[in-house]
Design a protein around this ligand. Structure first.
Ligand code: NAD
Ligand code: ZN
Length: 398
């Protein structure tokens, strides 16, 4: 060894710091979470420190307060009834629902200002009630204020109940890139209440089903069969069918996060993001006029056709998938898909690069090896993808 290297070694000592932090949080399915007789929320708040009066700040999606019984009033009544366990630090704070709250970042700042003004500490609770967008924005606020305030999610859309709300991520959009800023932060608890789904506009009821079809396609052929058998009930939003679909989908997501071996996505794979590389791009391209679920349905149809062209999926299965999605109410084409950039290339294909950049490492895209079987690939043949796009476009205009 050279003298320089020896002396550098003599000046260096490496101590390995190692610890493991176990996470656990309940995901509760209930009905009427703010019914004063329902103990779920109270029990969840008191889970770690029973006997204490907990300070809580609620942030509520304003789409919920548009209903006949404003949720904010129900929360106030609930807190009054359980005043021995719950102290509302302030009346529930309304947040704009939808992508706006994730894109105009002054909303995040104002929520943080609120927590500052109220002297919220790390033993207080920040509860978010709303769709995936409000949950993502307030999740970020809770995770970053004081480096982490206890956070409870009460998702109010199909998508948030069966997918985003039971996960461990939050985020907001920056530079036109979805979820460019965010953290992995497991919540303190999640409470899914089927009652919220009743007031949801049809468009959002449909959109959320995309994630159920997705997780069935990549993980659970039996569940896919169940969705097909119940498509009449699902297309008419029959309550029991919707509840079963949401619960099964949430369970599959939880299993992937808990047992998939990479809850914080440190590798290059995004196993649950089938159909998502183009979906995220389409959402940005349409400035979020296309909902996440709507874009995912298109992305899944595209990647199903690509899977067939790549010899992974049996021909005809892509049509079966498209037929189901359309029956559920999805439109599988959007004019923005055909937008070309200065180089004449379809802009949507940039989604592949964005997708890779978000995680780093190798490009990893999930395709289908069959219904119920996701297959990871590391290369996408652009010409083949163009053919898949042309097929989808042709189908839509047929
Ligand atoms: N963090 C994650 O892991 C993750 C995963 C998937 C999706 N997401 C994000 O979730 C967001 C989409 O969430 P979404 O599909 O729930 O839609 P959304 O949050 O955009 O809400 C859609 C609309 O429904 C309204 N609304 C919400 N609940 C309602 C109710 N019960 N009754 C009436 N109106 C109601 C909202 O005000 C909004 O106008 C996207 O930003 C997406 O990126 C996050
Ligand atoms: Zn998704």
């Amino acid at each position: 060894m050279a003298a320089d290297a020896r002396s550098a070694q003599a000046r260096t000592a490496t101590h390995w710091q190692r610890f493991a932090v176990p996470y656990e949080f309940p995901v509760v399915f209930t009905e009427g979470v703010f019914d004063p007789e329902n103990p779920v929320l109270r029990d969840v708040l008191c889970r770690v420190e029973p006997g204490k009066r907990h300070r809580v700040v609620f942030f509520v999606d304003d789409g919920l307060d548009a209903g006949r019984t404003p949720v904010s009033e129900a929360i106030a009544r609930y807190a009054q009834r359980h005043a021995d366990a719950i102290e509302l630090a302030c009346p529930p704070v309304a947040m704009p629902g939808g992508e706006k709250v994730k894109t105009e970042l002054h909303f995040v700042e104002s929520a943080q200002q609120k927590l500052f003004d109220l002297h919220v500490d790390r033993h207080s609770f920040v509860v978010a009630v709303g769709g995936g967008a409000v949950l993502d924005a307030i999740g970020l606020v809770a995770a970053t204020t004081h480096r982490g305030v206890r956070h409870i999610r009460i998702p109010s859309t199909v998508l948030a109940q069966n997918d985003s709300g039971v996960g461990v991520k939050n985020g907001v959009n920056l530079q036109g890139v979805k979820n460019f800023v965010g953290t992995f932060a497991p919540p303190f608890a999640v409470i899914n209440d089927m009652e919220f789904i009743v007031t949801l506009p049809e468009r959002d009821k449909i959109a959320g089903m995309a994630e159920a079809v997705k997780v069935a396609l990549i993980r659970d052929a039996e569940f896919f069969g169940w969705i097909e058998r119940h498509m009449d009930d699902l297309a008419t939003f029959e309550r029991a069918a919707m509840a079963t679909m949401i619960r099964r989908c949430a369970e599959l997501h939880m299993r992937q996060i808990g047992q998939g071996g990479d809850p914080f996505e440190t590798g290059s794979a995004r196993p649950l993001d089938y159909g998502h590389w183009s979906a995220h791009k389409l959402e940005s391209l349409t400035r979020h006029h296309v909902r996440h679920g709507e874009a995912v349905a298109i992305g899944m149809a595209l990647d199903a056709r690509y899977s067939v062209l790549a010899g992974q999926l049996a021909p005809g299965e892509e049509e079966r998938i498209c037929a189901l999605l359309e029956y559920l109410g999805f439109n599988l084409w959007h004019p923005a898909l055909a937008k070309s950039g200065a180089n004449g290339e379809w802009v949507i294909l940039e989604g592949l690069r964005d997708f890779q950049e978000h995680l780093g490492g190798e490009l990893t895209v999930t395709l289908l090896g069959g219904i119920g079987t996701g297959v990871e690939v590391h290369e996408i043949d652009r010409e083949r993808m163009r053919q898949a796009m042309a097929w989808l476009k042709g189908r839509a205009s047929a």
